[in-house]
Design a protein around this ligand. Structure first.
Ligand code: CO
Length: 137
């Protein structure tokens, strides 16, 4: 079987100050933001910095009760999740569920940039929060 994971879509990094993080990437690496979006349902604002065909996703909470705000409180800033690109999110998620692994999203849902995404529980994946990303054009 060929791998369902076709690319690393992005690495999500939790930060407290999004503007400061964006400025740091620009100053130190000359890397600029290609896309910004507030995802109300998740209570996050993201800034995507392109690295080849992947992104660094700088993430900050937009409200105190969002899961990311709680994460920052507990674990502090740093790598939050790894997102793998897949051709079909529903198929990839079904395979995860068939393996008996615990998922956060039982069905795929809309992500930023018009993507379709699903999260797998870190307890099922050796301690890393994994996001499956289907890019829709
Ligand atoms: Co993500």
């Amino acid at each position: 079987m060929t791998s369902r994971l076709t690319e690393i879509d992005h690495v999500g990094i939790a930060v407290r100050d999004l503007e400061a993080a964006i400025a740091w990437y620009a100053e130190v690496f000359g890397a600029t933001v290609e896309h910004r979006e507030i995802v109300e349902s998740d209570g996050v604002e993201e800034a995507l910095v392109r690295v080849a065909d992947s992104y660094i996703q700088l993430l900050t909470p937009t409200r105190d009760d969002s899961p990311l705000a709680k994460y920052l409180e507990k674990k502090g800033e740093g790598v939050h999740h790894v997102a793998y690109r897949v051709a079909n999110c529903a198929d990839a998620l079904a395979a995860v569920k068939a393996s008996g692994a615990r998922v956060i999203d039982v069905t795929p849902r809309p992500g930023s940039r018009g993507t379709t995404v699903a999260f797998i529980h870190p307890k099922a994946s050796f301690g890393t929060l994994i996001e499956l990303v289907q890019v829709n054009n």
